[in-house]
Design a binder for this molecule. Structure first.
Ligand SMILES: Nc1ncnc2c1ncn2[C@@H]1O[C@H](COP(=O)(O)OP(=O)(O)O)[C@@H](O)[C@H]1O
Ligand SMILES: O=P(O)(O)OC[C@H]1O[C@](O)(COP(=O)(O)O)[C@@H](O)[C@@H]1O
Length: 364
């Protein structure tokens, strides 16, 4: 016997309508995404924000921008980010969302308040552009908030494991390099020793690469620093060897911040005690954090911003989106600070040959 199968919409009209409604809802799942920039600002953060705005708009997501890092979460200070905000944004230094270091967020109460505010604002996914400190904060937040958390590495220090580079790092190298080029002009004119301090917090990426790209004579980085006593011996022997060979010439030492006891003043004293009198210290400081991002930072920022939005709604959280060999990768947030990223081996080799051991006798 043939059974006439009635179509669903005839047999169960309500169920059918409901199904259509659900399908439509699935199709249009309008996620609410929030983004913030935290810790030291870095050139390229804006380029990253721009990429997320466009990617969210294309996916039909709502994007809110919390201002002043985690303070914005605590104060519920946010703005709606739409395509209107993207014009001329890619080339702007700093961050239109502003950044901050937020003490309150380091405590349980602050974290609970932030989680409460995120729930209240019905945020599904939070994107944090920042350094390892910001990622530690994000991981802590995930203990109190069950939304999705995605980190994007943004710091001039490049001290985040799991990604070849961080947003802002390339521009900072460029800025330090061109500043050292200028220092060299005056150093040459007076045949003086110049000590140039560059940022990097506790890592030597910026110092090493700024020194190599500006053809400095010596670089002091935390990764190879054992003691002031042994380092001063090596440095003085290079200066004296160079002077013996070439007569009075300039000598530029790039020094990573936080390495030398008492900073450049301490190193200047140590050199003067060894009869090297005409020494001038220069601290490059926050100038390294500013300026329009170079192409490499814009590209990294744009790729990572787009890749982060691709993850929205997926079953993955508490990860950083980084880049390894020019491919986006996801890395658990905890690995970004538990692992230590080593300096590039080939650059270290170049550092020894062209700078720190340049005047050493060959072994053979
Ligand atoms: N252990 C932590 N717990 C909670 N929040 C943290 C923690 N570490 C850092 N943060 C938050 O992240 C912010 C930025 O961290 P910081 O180390 O200053 O910069 P960056 O993210 O650039 O490394 C801090 O001001 C704080 O609000
Ligand atoms: O701007 P501040 O608070 O003086 O901090 C200076 C520090 O910030 C940096 O510029 C960037 O560090 P983070 O990205 O880790 O915040 C460091 O290189 C420097 O040590």
């Amino acid at each position: 016997m043939l059974h006439y199968k009635r179509p669903l919409y005839v047999a169960y009209p309500l169920l059918y309508l409901n199904r259509i409604a659900c399908k439509k809802k699935d199709f249009n799942v309008s996620k609410r995404v929030a983004i913030l920039t935290s810790g030291g600002d870095a050139p390229g953060m804006n380029a990253c924000i721009r990429a997320t705005i466009i990617a969210c708009q294309k996916a039909g997501y709502t994007l809110l921008g919390y201002k002043h890092g985690y303070n914005g979460l605590l104060q519920q200070e946010y703005i709606s980010l739409s395509l209107d905000s993207t014009h001329n944004l890619i080339q702007q230094g700093g961050t239109i969302l502003h950044s901050a270091r937020c003490k309150e967020f380091m405590h349980e109460e602050g974290l609970l308040k932030a989680a409460h505010n995120l729930k209240k604002a019905r945020i599904d996914s939070l994107i944090v552009i920042g350094g390892d400190g910001s990622f530690k904060g994000a991981a802590k937040l995930s203990e109190h908030w069950d939304g999705q958390i995605i980190g994007i590495p943004g710091t001039i220090d490049n001290d985040i494991a799991g990604t070849d580079a961080t947003i802002g790092y390339f521009t900072a190298i460029d800025t330090a390099m061109s500043s050292i080029d200028k220092v060299r002009d005056t150093a040459d004119a007076f045949e003086r020793i110049f000590l140039v301090e560059v940022m990097g917090r506790n890592a030597g990426f910026l110092a090493l690469n700024a020194a190599l790209s500006s053809a400095a004579d010596y670089v002091i980085v935390p990764e190879f620093f054992s003691s002031a006593e042994s380092e001063i011996e090596k440095l003085v022997s290079q200066i004296n060897a160079q002077r013996t060979l070439k007569g009075p010439v300039s000598f530029i030492v790039v020094v990573a911040e936080n390495v030398w006891p008492n900073g450049l003043a301490g190193l200047t004293d140590a050199l003067q005690q060894r009869n090297l009198q005409d020494v001038r210290p220069v601290t490059l400081g926050h100038v390294q954090r500013g300026g329009s991002p170079v192409a490499q930072d814009r590209l990294l920022a744009t790729t990572l911003g787009e890749a982060a939005i691709r993850l929205v709604g997926k079953d993955i959280s508490n990860v950083m989106v980084g880049e390894v060999n020019q491919r986006p990768v996801t890395v658990p947030l905890s690995e970004t600070w538990k692992n230590t990223k080593p300096l590039n081996e080939a650059r270290v080799g170049a550092m020894r040959t062209l700078m720190n051991e340049r005047y050493n006798q060959a072994d053979n």
